[in-house]
Ligand binder design. Structure first.
Ligand code: 7XF
Length: 400
């Protein structure tokens, strides 16, 4: 069946898998095997040189992962996909594949904490020059870029503060010197933004989040051209990190992705209501949600995002102490890192996901000490608002 012509949700359910090839099994079998038998020794040798196609060792490829790779490539509008053991496995396998000593990577200044640590402390140890600039103004990239720049990297919306980057504007500048554009699309998912259509070359995901949707796996995905994905598979993933996804995880992701569009629509609908509630509450100092009229980059949000996401960073009156006290008063919303789960999760970036930055770095990179970050889940939205209201009403007295 040619599923390429189908709607997003149809492809999320069917693309890349034919039950008829697997004894009619509605769901793909989990090929829980590390290795694959060769008919002849010669055939095995040919697979190692690439003269013959086929699976021969699950660090290189596996049939269950193969279905997922085709599916995510289709949803992101890319030629090919690749699975990894975690979001960090996806990011590092990709960057190790395209950077060498003497090269430069230019990244946006707001990044998930461990991506920032890899840039600030990991890559420079191997002779890669790392430059972090503010991509919300693409002119900053134009001023910094040179022939030494091999990769341009960013998140949009960025973790944790929802800053947006204009993918088309940044890609045009990057391509003027032949640099590859790599976008972390974890926050948006392909339901909201497909970076390849805006000019990016490669998309990486922490599939731990919305793509899985159920908080039961650590996983990463990568998409791009066939040539780039083969390069990442054989260099970054196979030799440099070995950060390979388990077939069991691939099956859970294939299951989660079937409902991705439905879930993301609900996350966004509820987040819009929660953001409006928070903005109107006197104990809340600021809310950064792309769907609010007050959002600093509201025009770009409308141009680049089909919906406005499930993530709400906000500050309450009383800074860090106020934020922590409010978090501790919540009963339904769970105090935990991660995002995109059915359960609403709340965390404090400065002491948790972004504790890899020093306090000075957080200030320079736009991550306020008092910021709390809410991942709006799939519960009844009024229950979430009631929980926040109880915590914030008590906060009013606390602040006064
Ligand atoms: O290796 P992971 O699957 O945990 O993914 C790393 C990662 C990569 N990119 C973005 C935009 C991410 O948000 C993450 C993981 N973030 C979690 C969070 O912000 O809550 C990690 C919890 S410490």
């Amino acid at each position: 069946m040619d599923s390429t012509k189908f709607d997003f949700s149809t492809r999320a359910i069917h693309h890349g898998y034919e039950p008829g090839n697997e004894q009619g099994s509605l769901n793909p079998p989990i090929y829980l095997t590390s290795t694959f038998a060769f008919d002849t020794a010669e055939e095995g040798g040919e697979m190692f040189t690439g003269e013959r196609e086929g699976h021969f060792y699950s660090r290189i490829s596996n049939p269950t992962l193969d279905h997922l790779e085709q599916r995510i490539a289709s949803l992101e509008g890319a030629e090919a996909g690749l699975c990894a053991a975690s979001g960090m496995g996806a990011i590092t396998s990709t960057l190790w594949s395209f950077l060498s000593a003497g090269d430069e990577i230019i990244a946006d200044k707001t990044l998930y904490g461990c991506t920032f640590a890899f840039m600030a402390h990991g890559l420079p140890r191997f002779g890669v020059k790392v430059t972090l600039v503010d991509f919300t103004d693409a002119d900053n990239l134009a001023a910094a870029i040179s022939d030494q720049t091999k990769v341009v990297y960013f998140e949009t919306p960025a973790n944790p503060n929802n800053r947006l980057v204009d993918i088309a504007a940044v890609s045009e500048i990057a391509h003027s010197v032949g640099a590859k554009v790599i976008v972390d699309n974890t926050y948006a998912t392909p339901v909201i933004t497909r970076p390849i259509a805006h000019g990016a070359d490669i998309v990486v995901h922490s599939a731990t989040k919305f793509l899985s949707g159920h908080g039961d796996v650590i996983a990463g995905l990568i998409v791009g051209s066939k040539e780039d994905m083969t390069h990442v598979r054989l260099v970054g993933l196979k030799d440099m990190t070995g950060a390979v996804m388990s077939p069991l995880t691939a099956m859970l992701l294939l299951r989660g992705i079937k409902t991705l569009e439905l879930r993301v629509a609900r996350h966004c609908e509820s987040a819009g209501k929660v953001a409006a509630f928070l903005e109107a509450h006197p104990a809340v100092k600021s809310v950064s949600y792309p769907g609010l009229a007050s959002f600093a980059q509201a025009d770009l949000a409308r141009r680049q995002m089909a919906m406005f996401g499930g993530m709400i960073p906000f500050e309450v009156v009383g800074g860090k102490a106020g934020g922590i006290a409010m978090m501790n008063r919540l009963n339904l919303i769970t105090r935990a890192v991660s995002l995109g789960d059915a359960e609403s999760l709340i965390q404090h970036p400065a002491s948790m996901t972004h504790a890899t930055y020093t306090r000075e770095e957080r200030e320079k990179h736009g991550i306020a000490e008092g910021l709390v970050r809410l991942s709006v889940g799939l519960e009844g939205v009024q229950d979430l608002i009631d929980d926040l209201q109880t915590a914030l009403n008590a906060h009013n007295q606390f602040a006064a």
